[in-house]
Design a protein around this ligand. Structure first.
Ligand code: 4AD
Ligand code: MG
Length: 441
């Protein structure tokens, strides 16, 4: 095994030379005196050719009958082949088996179809499949792009706590934690804390896991998900919408630049992503309601939407299907939104908020708002929402000492991964999803 090590993604740099590939046996076809093992190493898959008359007998025998997911180091010469998926094949000269998966206990995920429950039970192995690996690479790219976006625009990363004394997004989805003699909760959002750091640093963001004890079993809900949240002093709702469309189009563009092959591997129609460029359409909640009511009249929507309710997922799906890029719905009734939103001075029954809905039925990927500036009104809302005033004393302080208009939003990473990859369900967007009935593995 004296040849230089190469990843599969980079074998092209070694065309005509011998390299060592370190990885796992993904698949094996046998055809008489030829074996066609496919190796994967986390960067890609490459087909090898083992000719009986070209290798020592023990090497041929070691590969013949080798079980799926056995770990190996394979040495061979890189040969360009237009028909090969990655453009190259490996003329194998030697294979060292690191660990042979026993015949008696084979790798459970064969290349045949499996049911979702089975795959979820084996998520620790399922992540090895080329499609799942591609999704995880795209996820990493999305996260990196979001960080680069904010880092490149003068935002300071400030990490909020995960153990918190109170709710941010409603008391019905809190995960309680025993905190010595006190009651604590896993954070639902870093927002309240980054409002404080925004008053210290101007433009800030947080990026971390957030938790919702959602009893809903939908394709959009996880109980643990990752959120990137910017918060900007002196920004109003219009500034916020510009920031949101800037972020979303930046992230999509980056994926198209750097992860096109992975997107194609997931089966994504990338032409649907090419149109994601600013400006995004902006429609008011009032207009959204009209749109939904007309859709009902035309028979395109079953139920008739009434002004005042929150948009449900069929409603979001309908609205977003009318556009070829994300659409921003602003100024919802304050009643259906969180306690901290600034009322619209023109119509105080509305909140200065925005939801960004992704196209193709993916629904809300971003939720944000201008924040309440008035101490008195904020205190009143805290009471109206049945929140413990004690726990919000520090938050109220922000309205006492140099209160300024400020705005922020949260973008859910898994929703964005699902949309960009074109996935049915958020369960495939995170290495180990946590859902209503899923805590294992
Ligand atoms: O709309 P949400 O609840 O907004 C907030 O938490 C604000 N405090 C954020 C802010 O203004 N700083 O959540 C924001 C986003 C949603 O648009 C969605 O993308 C995602 O977080 N999200 C979820 N993703 C997966 N599973 C869930 N249960 C989610 N709940 C929200
Ligand atoms: Mg929301």
């Amino acid at each position: 095994m004296g040849s230089p090590v190469s990843t599969i993604a980079e074998v092209g740099k070694h065309e005509g030379q011998s390299v060592s590939i370190r990885g796992w046996l993904y698949n094996l076809r046998e055809s008489g005196k030829l074996l066609f093992p496919q190796f994967r190493d986390g960067t890609g898959v490459i087909q090898g050719v083992v000719a009986k008359n070209a290798v020592p007998a023990e090497v041929f025998d070691a590969v013949k009958g080798l079980s799926q997911e056995s770990s190996v180091i394979a040495e061979g010469k890189v040969r360009a082949d237009k028909r090969a998926p990655g453009g190259y094949e490996l003329d194998v000269s030697n294979v060292q088996v690191i660990q042979r998966v026993p015949e008696s206990d084979p790798y459970p995920i064969s290349l045949k179809e499996h049911g979702v429950d089975f795959l979820m039970e084996h998520r620790h192995l399922w992540v090895r499949s080329p499609r799942q690996a591609a999704i995880l690479r795209i996820r990493a790219e999305i996260i990196k792009a979001a960080r680069d976006f904010f880092d490149g625009r003068g935002f300071v990363l400030t990490d909020p706590p995960i153990l918190t004394p109170a709710a941010c997004e409603g008391t019905t989805t809190l995960f309680p934690v025993d905190y010595f003699d006190e009651q604590a909760f896993l954070t639902q959002s870093g927002q309240l804390y980054i409002e404080a750091t925004a008053m210290a640093l101007g433009k800030v963001y947080s990026f971390g896991p957030t938790f919702r004890a959602e009893k809903s079993k939908t394709r959009r809900h996880l109980t643990e998900f990752w959120m990137v949240e910017p918060e900007v002093a002196f920004a109003d709702l219009d500034d916020l919408m510009e920031l949101a469309e800037g972020l979303v189009s930046f992230v999509v563009k980056r994926c198209l630049e750097k992860r096109r092959a992975d997107l194609q591997m997931t089966g994504r129609d990338v032409s649907k992503l090419e149109t994601v460029q600013p400006p995004f359409p902006r429609i008011s909640y009032d207009d959204a309601v009209k749109m939904l009511q007309e859709a009902h009249k035309k028979g395109a929507l079953e139920s008739n939407f009434e002004w005042g309710g929150d948009l449900g997922s069929p409603d979001e799906t309908y609205i977003s299907s009318q556009f070829d890029r994300p659409v921003m719905v602003h100024r919802y009734p304050a009643k259906v939104k969180a306690f901290y939103m600034e009322p619209d001075p023109q119509r105080p029954e509305l909140a200065l908020c925005v939801d960004v809905l992704a196209p193709e039925g993916y629904g809300e990927i971003i939720g944000g708002s201008q924040r309440m500036a008035s101490y008195d009104l904020l205190l009143q809302r805290i009471h109206e929402h049945g929140l413990p005033e004690e726990a919000f004393k520090w938050y109220l302080d922000l309205r006492k000492y140099g209160s300024v208009p400020h705005s922020g939003f949260g973008m859910g990473i898994e929703r964005v991964v699902a949309w960009i990859c074109g996935l049915e369900h958020v369960r495939e967007t995170i290495p180990f999803p946590r859902m209503l009935y899923r805590l294992y593995p």
